[in-house]
Design a protein around this ligand. Structure first.
Ligand SMILES: Cc1ncc(C[n+]2csc(CCOP(=O)(O)OP(=O)(O)O)c2C)c(N)n1
Length: 320
């Protein structure tokens, strides 16, 4: 019978696993863990089908699943260190997906990640590959230097929307326009998370943020920037897609896009950027599951999901 294994001291009690489980296997325990959080337990283990939905949405990689004698495992490309993100923040899900892709492609030992400034500033502590810190907005410039100096390496940046679409917008447009063979993981949570929830270039019209307490006024601040659609207009070939991680099916689609982005880099095809719509429950002032619902209802209509640009077959052939 399949079973859920919960590493309770990694848990921050966000309850996303409980919401994701279609069979109501999990419930919160009445104990608290070493971090001071209530954590889930298998209240109805007999209902578990081994679907892994709980594992897919867990932002702290606190869940593994055993099924038919096989147990899922923490990706090798993640260190053992617990993430520093707030409970329910989906940065952790995105970290896990990137790490799984590096493992599956067998490139961890020749990968360099560029950590940004923002909530994921400590990404160098979480990824078990070589990492370089960049100053705010400069991740793609740093990645360009590393990739041009060592084209044999796999180079990715991991950046928030303030980092990539505000202070770093020049680096973003020019790296894409030069067709740097790097992979960009762009985490769009519609806010400046780390500094206290200020309006970002991606904050939605009417969305409340700490610097627009009555909601974003497009007459003053303009409309939110759709980064992948903007980059699509460049003539230079690229792979551009937008995904999200607010539910298990979207998490699987996000991983597929991230893997494709790294494959294009490995084949020398083109610049690749995956925009991941992400939640910021604390910055948005919501419970984690409410934040997922808010993302689905408000962000997805403005930021449609899917592949926005794929390289032409001739470009793919030339690369490989
Ligand atoms: C040159 C510079 N300007 C401003 C800051 C302050 N700062 C630190 S993080 C941040 C916003 C980060 O937001 P985002 O990139 O959206 O990432 P998140 O924290 O939401 O993941 C800002 C403005 C800084 N560290 N350096």
């Amino acid at each position: 019978m399949p079973s859920v294994i919960i590493e309770k001291d990694r848990c921050k009690g966000c309850e996303l696993c409980i919401n994701a489980c279609p069979e109501h296997v999990l419930a919160m325990s009445e104990e608290i863990n070493a971090k001071g959080y209530f954590f889930p337990m298998a209240a109805h283990p007999e209902n578990c089908t081994g679907c892994r939905y709980c594992l897919l949405v867990c932002p702290d990689v606190a869940i593994q699943v055993e099924n038919k004698g096989k147990v899922t495992k923490r990706p090798d490309a993640l260190t053992e260190k617990g993430f520093s993100y707030c409970p329910g923040c989906t940065h952790g899900v995105i970290h896990r997906l990137v790490a799984e892709v590096l493992d599956e492609l067998g490139v961890r030992e020749r990968t360099v990640g560029i950590a940004p400034v923002g909530c994921s500033v400590l990404a160098y502590e979480f990824f078990a590959c070589d990492m370089q810190e960049a100053s705010h907005g400069r991740a793609m410039a740093v990645a360009t230097g590393i990739k041009r100096g060592r084209p044999d390496l796999v180079v990715f940046t991991y950046q928030g929307d303030g980092d990539l679409a505000s202070i770093g917008m020049a680096e973003t447009i020019h790296s894409a326009n030069r067709g740097e063979k790097i992979t960009v993981i762009f985490v769009n949570n519609a806010i400046y998370g780390m500094t206290g929830g200020q309006m970002a270039p991606t904050t939605l019209p009417g969305q409340v943020a700490s610097t627009c307490p009555t909601g974003r006024d497009v007459n003053l601040a303009g409309y939110p920037i759709r980064v992948v659609e903007l980059l699509k207009e460049l003539k230079t070939p690229a792979y551009l897609a937008r995904v999200t991680v607010d539910d298990p099916k979207h998490v699987l689609a996000a991983k597929k896009a991230i893997r494709q982005a790294f494959k294009y880099q490995l084949e020398g095809t083109c610049f690749s950027l995956i925009e991941v719509l992400s939640t910021c429950p604390i910055g948005w002032g919501m419970q984690p599951h409410e934040a997922c619902g808010w993302l689905e209802e408000n962000m997805v209509p403005y930021y449609p999901l899917g592949e926005v640009k794929v390289p032409e077959p001739a470009v793919v052939k030339a690369g490989s």
